[in-house]
Design a protein around this ligand. Sequence first.
Ligand SMILES: *Cc1c(COP(=O)(O)O)cnc(C)c1O
Length: 460
Amino acid sequence: MATEKIPYKIYLSEDEMPRTWYNVRADMKNKPAPLLNPGTGEPMGFDDLRPVFCDELIRQELDNDTREIPIPQEIRDFYKMYRPSPLVRAYCLEEKLQTPAKIYYKFEGNNTSGSHKLNSAIAQAYYAKQQGLKGVTTETGAGQWGTALSMACAYLGLDCKVFMVKCSYEQKPFRREVMRTYGASVTPSPSMETQVGQKILAEHPGTTGSLGCAISEAVEVATSNPGYRYVLGSVLNQVLLHQSVIGVEAKTALDKYGVVPDVIIGCAGGGSNLGGLISPFMGEKLRGERDYQIIAVEPKSCPSFTRGKYAYDFCDTGMICPLAKMYTLGSSFIPSPDHAGGLRFHGMSTILSQLYHDGYMEARAVEQTKVFEAAEQFARVEGILPAPESSHAIRVAIDEALKCKETGEEKTILFGLTGTGYFDMVAYEKFHNGEMSNYIPSDEELAESFARLPKVPGQE
Ligand SMILES: *Cc1c(COP(=O)(O)O)cnc(C)c1O
């Protein structure tokens, strides 16, 4: 194979950018379990979801059958500001590791929000605008989603209200200011602005918050203000759908050079970047056309796949959202303040949960300091300063490449580099000073949270 033909960066032209999102659910035999109404235990349909979500997004959420969904021209035009994103051959990392493995990564950090989240933010804001809404509310953990949504809302002239997990709000003042620059209002969560925030603060005084708490607050504000809807940056089927643009582009770029990955790796918080990256490859796997090893990487501090239960659970701490069947640590689980804020969610996409349950993918949990070791190694040879979340994927990509060094296998590895870490320098500082801890929840801690899973018919 004339590998020297493959450039460091494979760029696609604007014209080669996908015209449709690929809906992997169309190829799943076992469809992801429906959302349930927490009051009645019945599946939630279009009308049940309307008070919370935008109409078109609900249609996408419930559509398990349409394989290709057209990307509206205005969204494609916005995408052109920062897409197609590069697919990079990590020659320098391969050299450094002295591995026979061939490593590629799809880099999604090439926009001001610094992550893949903009791919779904612009889509969600677009459909809200189309519906004639005034604005949207949301939560943000590390701040990437809030930033992405602020950018999308500024572009379309929508009001944007963000509840930011308190520990991030304090750790990342610059993120907050970026959001405000794009016109969003930012509130630390839990706050006294909502009933659910007041309740959480009463139960857990001094809590530094979690995504689950912030979601509850954002939903409450959306449902109690006319002209507002709630939007979510991960977990939901619609978000995975929008993020399929990552995988479709990556596959188009690889196909150009006849490259077929053996292993595909992504970090998993709520599962959207991983779901998006793997979608077209998973489609081939589901249709029996080709096989791939697919690995989800999560933090040991928040191990939804590797130690969670596959069960119906709330997506939020306040228990006001629909129930989703997913690998979960329980909605009352509040993860330790790990620095990979974007991976601190107790649950997981229902699509990925079903695929994992059916054996189509595997998962690994990694320790925080090991993740930062990988991040630093990567930054020094590849130049990009990676986000802590993304560095989970780097960790396992390096581990796999080192395995190849031992066995002599020339595997092709593809991983998702979801974003940059410029706003995470406090975490890097802790790492450099040797002050980073590796908190791992105990079995007792998890059992306590599992005991509080909601009672749903058919679920013990
Ligand atoms: C939010 C985020 C993640 C995790 O979210 P997913 O929905 O699991 O993709 C990963 N990396 C970065 C940079 C993020 O901002």
